[in-house]
Design a protein around this ligand. Sequence first.
Ligand SMILES: Cc1cc2nc3c(=O)[nH]c(=O)nc-3n(C[C@H](O)[C@H](O)[C@H](O)COP(=O)(O)O)c2cc1C
Length: 337
Amino acid sequence: MTDLSTIYLGLDLKNPLVVSASPLSKNIDKARKLEEAGIAAIVMHSLFEEQIIHESLELDHYLTRGTDSFAEAMSYLPDSGTYSMGPEKYLNQVTALKKALSIPVIGSLNGVSKGGWTSYAKRIQDAGADALELNLYYVSTDLDLTAQELENAQVELVAEVKSAINIPLAVKLSPFFTALPNFARRVVEAGTNGLVLFNRFYQPDFDLNELKIVPSLDLSTSADLRLPLRWISILQGKINADFALTSGVHNSNDILKAMMAGAKVSMMASELLWGAAALAPQRIIEILSHIQQWMEEHEYTSIKQMQGSMSQKSVKDPAAFERANYMKVLNSFRELP
Ligand SMILES: Cc1cc2nc3c(=O)[nH]c(=O)nc-3n(C[C@H](O)[C@H](O)[C@H](O)COP(=O)(O)O)c2cc1C
């Protein structure tokens, strides 16, 4: 029997398939069905810094105290749906999921600045979460803000969150850093146990008839796997952290590739969200059985044996290797006669 188990953030998981932060954690019955189908852990949808600040401002009747731009920023927030769920409701959901499930539940905080809101890291821990994922989603639009300043602020935020908790911490990063390896190492030095690569940025479109911005959230495809796959294979073995791959995991091959790059787990959202909710558990069963089958056919006895087997840790100069591959792939293109 092949051994699918893996260890992520010190958690013993029965396989590397984890449900990524998404509305899939909103409904207890649906989460239970995903567990029955075989997922090894679930990351909750995020509790956002803005939700926490919003609630505390409302409580204190302080909404008018902030600067105009702050009040305006608050007015952008959704007033219904998952991300309007107040912080107390979020904590109750952590506890309810823990009670209903036997797999690890990973809480998720999403924010950019240091401050009182980070006390929710400990509250999520106290509500029962087995680990915490901190998502640093931020689109910098300020011409005066330098990369160094932004990175320093993010590293300080990670250290602040880490110092508040004693459960493991993973940080979810964006791929858009000039010097990602250096930043990733700094995040780990600040106390992170895991790196979740990568955030998918939502990219708004324009509606040419209505002349409006369309906030479209396109689900991923397996083609999106390449970016995190490349980066995990570059960083694995060089940085002392557990890697989780998110973006573009849709089938058993995607998961096997993630493992070979060096990920400890692969996280899935789009594949489980695109169809009717009732289809998701069946998809999980299929994917896990395909992994098992592939491993048997290729004589792998365990996932651990596979992890990192295709990483670049033995490549002496990965940057030169990347440039050479880039040239090769450009060269391989043949124009039509
Ligand atoms: C509807 C939806 C909601 C999401 N909500 C969150 C969230 O609350 N926090 C977070 O860190 N990521 C969130 N994500 C991002 C996913 O966790 C995941 O990283 C991303 O979708 C890439 O994985 P995929 O290719 O499997 O979809 C969300 C994604 C979707 C599609």
